[in-house]
Design a protein around this ligand. Sequence first.
Ligand SMILES: Nc1ncnc2c1ncn2[C@@H]1O[C@H](COP(=O)(O)OP(=O)(O)O)[C@@H](O)[C@H]1O
Ligand SMILES: [Mg+2]
Length: 220
Amino acid sequence: MGRIITVASGKGGTAKSSLTMTLSATLAAMGYRVAVIDADPNACFAQWHGIYEGAPFDCMAEVRQDEIVDQAQAQAADHDVVLIDTAGFGNTTAAFAAGTADYVLVPVMPDRASAVEAMRMVRQVGSFAKASRREIPVALVRARWNAKGLVERAVLADLEAANAPVLDAFFADLSDFGKLTLSGRVPTTGKIAQQTEKMIAELIGLGAVPAKPTKKAKAA
Ligand SMILES: Nc1ncnc2c1ncn2[C@@H]1O[C@H](COP(=O)(O)OP(=O)(O)O)[C@@H](O)[C@H]1O
Ligand SMILES: [Mg+2]
């Protein structure tokens, strides 16, 4: 069984799809069998997958709340990692996707509203975990994050004061994130690549991503 990672946040435009793009492309390049389920009705990710150039991974759209769990579990049967890109938690399908996840990643951008929403997400995931009587680990992923910025430092201090589970790895404010949505190419060198690799190493350490890809069966 592969790992199901749901990317969710209460707010739009917090880098959910960007995070899903860099993780999926980089994991695929590392040899992982990756599936992405685009659970956002705007289907941005699935459209992007149409122009994507890079190590192949599977992508499908599923926005129905009564299908997303079955779809995620079916994909986990023959992929190492299943990423679910959601429309955020105003959306019931996203809630089901979090309910079936092995890990929930919540992107957060450097502003107080984003931090407040991210903390609310963490509490909601905690509530799902209680409802289903199991653990659902959750981590915040900082995006568009200028580590030396005053706002960033204030927001991080708030998150830490609230004991929020914040990943060490983060994405800096990089215009290349916009470019990759147009080119379909996720950089394999440079800052985005380095930051993504660091994040994947951290996710492996947390058990959110399997330590190694499954060996591919020999082609018949
Ligand atoms: N680290 C980053 N640096 C600069 N721009 C970013 C970064 N992450 C995301 N963006 C940009 O922010 C916008 C919203 O990101 P997106 O991933 O579409 O958010 P969501 O899927 O949560 O709505 C996009 O224009 C994207 O290119
Ligand atoms: Mg999106």
